[in-house]
Ligand binder design. Structure first.
Ligand SMILES: NC(=O)c1ccc[n+]([C@@H]2O[C@H](COP(=O)([O-])OP(=O)(O)OC[C@H]3O[C@@H](n4cnc5c(N)ncnc54)[C@H](OP(=O)(O)O)[C@@H]3O)[C@@H](O)[C@H]2O)c1
Length: 258
């Protein structure tokens, strides 16, 4: 067990950049044994050169084979994983009817199907053990409609809903389940989702760093918070979405995306 983190091992998906990489670096500082998952093996190898005790698992989580290999590793009883971070995800920005349908399928496959399969594998191992942590990376957009990012927002609503339900389901078992819901965070997400131009319209004070998101998520899953929202700005926004009438929220999100 590392000195200052309450986890004995971790598996992080989407560890090759952005928030996932920041989580791996944060845990790596404590020397925690970790399994790092992504498609770009060279990025994971570079990370393993820098940090101790990293096991590399190159996998495309939108393929049956890749997902199965990672689920098997998550469920291992020989080398148990104490913290599973379902972080890999991507978005696609633009008018829904103009977007590539196969890409949207892959987005749902990664953000929804893979996350569900790995959550299932994680809790299947952790609940009988009476210990474990599951951190599912969602988004603040999970709380509101998001025109021009509709499928992404819908997948993240699924993630928040699933994770909150699981948090309640495993209450009292010793297993912690948390949905991490970041706001704007500068990573490769903006270029991958083709939202760089739109995202750059937001002022600097609206951006959180991947490191800030990583620290907050790890602290909150350690404390067994159901929902983790990094940054005062985004916590206030999420609180406001809880009190604004749905119609007002919808029109506001439409205006923001114009
Ligand atoms: N950045 C933001 O503003 C923001 C805000 C809210 C929520 N989020 C969420 O935060 C999470 C991390 O995103 P990020 O911002 O750090 O973006 P990022 O820098 O693009 O990282 C995405 C990670 O997912 C991995 N990945 C993508 N497709 C994959 C696949 N098919 N199989 C396995 N791994 C795959 C990528 O690795 P490879 O390409 O090497 O496979 C990469 O490591 C996502 O779930 C995202 O939705 C981001």
């Amino acid at each position: 067990m590392a000195d200052r983190v309450p986890f004995s091992s971790a598996l992080v998906t989407g560890a090759s950049s952005g928030i996932g990489e920041a989580i791996v670096r944060e845990l790596g500082r404590e020397g925690l044994p970790q399994v790092v998952v992504a498609r770009r093996g060279e990025r994971l190898a570079a990370l393993a050169d820098e940090l101790p005790a990293l096991e590399i698992l190159v996998a495309d989580l939108t393929t049956a084979d890749g997902l199965e290999r990672v689920a098997t590793r998550v469920a291992s009883t020989v080398e148990p994983i104490d913290l599973v971070v379902n972080n890999a995800g991507f978005g696609t920005s633009g008018a829904f009817h103009t977007l590539d349908a196969d890409r949207l399928d892959r987005e749902i496959g990664l953000n929804v199907r893979a996350l569900t399969r790995l959550s299932h594998a994680a809790l299947g191992a952790m609940v009988p053990r009476g210990r474990g942590h599951l951190l599912n990376v969602s988004s603040v957009v999970s709380f509101q409609p998001a025109p021009k990012l509709a499928v992404y927002a819908a997948t993240k609503s699924y993630v928040t809903q699933l994770t909150e339900s699981l948090h309640e389901e495993v209450r009292g078992t010793g297993v912690h389940v948390t949905a991490l819901c970041p706001g704007l965070t500068r990573t490769e997400f903006q270029s991958v989702s083709s939202s760089s131009g739109y995202a750059e319209q937001y002022p600097e004070w609206m951006w959180t760093s991947a490191e800030q998101v990583a620290r907050r998520g790890l602290d909150d899953v350690a404390r067994n918070r159901a929902i983790s929202v990094p940054g005062v700005l985004y916590r206030s926004m999420v609180a406001a979405t809880g009190v604004l009438p749905r119609g007002v929220l919808r029109r506001l999100s439409g205006l923001v995306q114009r």
